[in-house]
Design a protein around this ligand. Structure first.
Ligand SMILES: Cc1ncc(C[n+]2csc(CCOP(=O)(O)OP(=O)(O)O)c2C)c(N)n1
Ligand code: SF4
Ligand SMILES: [Mg+2]
Length: 308
């Protein structure tokens, strides 16, 4: 926090810049750069730039360096970063094509510095099918929410996986239609309040949340199916590993890799980011247990181990 006095000086400088009325005098500059008693005000370079400090973390190069439009604590930004980290790690920026959904992640292509296509609501896996069939050597993935993938896009999702298309599907399950202000989704929990279920989801009227990973794992075309979360550091590491596995598996041409990620939506859950992370542990993953639902076996596993 800056003192009131400093804010006043800054205001003065800003107003003189904008209006061009008063000159920035030496006196004003002196005031702005002199530490005020009791206030820590250091103009030197940050300590982390000293030579003895080692860089242990950097933003992935394929993640565009701009502010994202997502709410604070939203899972989308974190998952975007994980995908880009893995693309950097595998060195496949030029060979990867993503398909963005309609939903809060509609502008995903503004943040991912790879080739991307937009798809109409629910149609991402159909678009990805076309791309992959035309360009089989590329890594192709879709990025979709629960409204997109499990409501309007249910048919596309099931048929794409049933055909065993060699793509990766990233499915962000935040239990609501985030973008359109929090309506009930197929994955809304029993009793959960949303804008269209203000008294809580009544399962006798609206049915039960669909466990998409378990459902699609029954299809022979599903090669790898896993459910992850990003509400704490361990979960984030596991989700990253799942994305890495799925992109590696794509080269085997064995079928669809499906990664469900329980996504925090603090805004529509009417929670702080910290409360939302707790809600994931206390409620979401009780209904949607984390872990692998279907993994490569036998010869496939042997091939993978040899490849890795
Ligand atoms: C064909 C069509 N139907 C409906 C909509 C309105 N719509 C936009 S986003 C959305 C739901 C998005 O929810 P979800 O896929 O869960 O993504 P989230 O915002 O939660 O990440 C809907 C219904 C649309 N854009 N196009
Ligand atoms: S509404 Fe929810 S899903 Fe959409 S950006 Fe905000 S937190 Fe994320
Ligand atoms: Mg959603």
């Amino acid at each position: 926090m800056q003192s009131e006095e400093h804010l006043l000086v800054e205001e003065k400088i800003i107003s003189t810049k904008g209006a061009g009325k008063t000159e920035v005098t030496d006196e004003i500059l002196k005031q702005a750069t002199t530490p005020i008693e009791g206030e820590k005000f250091v103009f030197d370079k940050p300590r982390c730039m000293d030579d003895e400090y080692e860089i242990v973390y950097e933003k992935p190069k394929t993640l565009v360096d701009v502010s994202m439009h997502y709410c604070p604590g939203c899972a989308h930004s974190l998952v975007h970063k994980l995908i880009m980290e893995v693309i950097d790690e595998l060195g496949i920026q030029e060979e990867t094509i993503g398909v963005a959904p309609v939903g809060c992640a509609v502008f995903a292509y503004d943040y991912m510095n790879i080739d991307m296509s937009e798809a109409a609501h629910g149609r991402a896996t159909a678009v990805a099918t076309g791309i992959k069939r035309l360009l089989p050597d590329k890594y192709v993935f879709t990025y979709q929410g629960d409204g997109d993938l499990a409501a309007i896009g249910t048919a596309e999702t099931i048929h794409t996986i049933n055909r065993g298309e060699n793509i990766m599907i990233i499915f962000i399950n935040n239990a609501v239609y985030g973008m359109t202000s929090g309506q009930m989704a197929p994955t809304t929990l029993p009793g959960m309040k949303t804008t269209t279920s203000p008294n809580g989801r009544d399962t006798s009227f609206y049915g039960f949340p669909i466990k998409v990973s378990e459902l699609i794992s029954q299809l022979p075309g599903a090669f790898y199916v896993t459910r992850q979360a990003v509400n704490n550091a361990t979960a984030v590491r596991r989700a990253r590993k799942a994305i890495l596995n799925a992109l590696r598996y794509q080269k085997l041409n064995k079928g669809t890799c499906f990664i469900e990620i329980i996504g925090n939506c603090p805004s529509n859950w009417k929670m702080t980011p910290i409360e939302a992370s707790k809600f994931v542990d206390d409620s979401m993953i009780k209904a949607f247990p984390l872990g692998d639902v279907k993994v490569p076996k036998g010869e496939d596993l042997k091939n993978l181990q040899e490849k890795n």
